[in-house]
Design a protein around this ligand. Sequence first.
Ligand SMILES: [Mg+2]
Length: 364
Amino acid sequence: MALGLMPTRPALLVRIRDVDGCSGWGEVWANFPPRANLHKAHIIEDVVAPHLRGARFVEPREIGALLCDQLSIYFLHVGQIEVFSHILAGIDTALWDLALRRAGRSFAEFMGLSEASAQSYATSINAEDLERLIPHHASLGQTHFKLKIGFEEHGNREIVKRAAGLCPNGSHIMVDSNQSWTLETARSQLGNLEDLSPYFAEEPLPANAPLADWEELASSTDIPLAGGENIYGIDSFCAMANVGLRILQPDVAKWGGVTGALDLARAMPQGACLWPHFMGTAVGQVAALSITAVLAKTSSCEVDVNENTLRTDLCGDIITVRNGRVDLPSGPGLVVPPVPDLLATFMDGKDSGPMAEASRSGLS
Ligand SMILES: [Mg+2]
């Protein structure tokens, strides 16, 4: 990963069961640090779950509002407001899944989608793998390819130039520097890339850099700026869009869940578009793809190119890219529940103690 070594692939799934035994699944962002899933699982079990027991809702947003009412000050006090956002996001997704499964409807049916599939793009392509991965993903019909850059030793321009040379006509390179540049560095690095026409530059500055810096960078380059995996709240997204952020990238497992992303799509200023960020298991990936399916031609959903059995196996073979698109589940619910045997394998595996512990501790 771009922020350092990732020795394990932790993940945290939330299952919420109603009084009749119908379940919904959601994902809470926990890619790192290595035991982030354990930490958040314990918080859910110890602090959040007691507030869910016996709660009633018609729309998932009602439960989000209830939990915010009851727990926002608590999480402010313990300095974990963003962790609370991650947990709320996973719960929102699980409630969408539960409500749809209970109603016997798929997300696509419920939303009245004319096409039950979502455009996808290939992401996290490492410099060492350009020659293998770009042609492969182009052969799957994907037309946008995102590269990790930002590390001097790789030589950013050289990487982007090589990638551009591998792209079929009409397809695009995007770059992601993971908040690693200062304003001065970002200006010069993007200036160096302009003639290669990246489709967007993701997180060229830290998400919490002053709005004036974002505005200055946006006005200094022709490359559209993107970001969102570290932005929390509709007001913050809109403020960023108003100073020039063109591609908003909320992560359904980090902020807002499905409800937040759909609300943001309605609230964002003209000229901005919403391309969901995602990096995790098939549960959150399907939720992210569902947002893109609603937004149709104006959106594309991030799908990692790297090996990750939590994405490719855990819920069965459901994240399959054809003609650049991924089909949404056709059965009742938002997501496809994990395959029980595989879930048990991951929970009991050498590499996934935290999931096992979350399960043993009765997280549901
Ligand atoms: Mg990124």
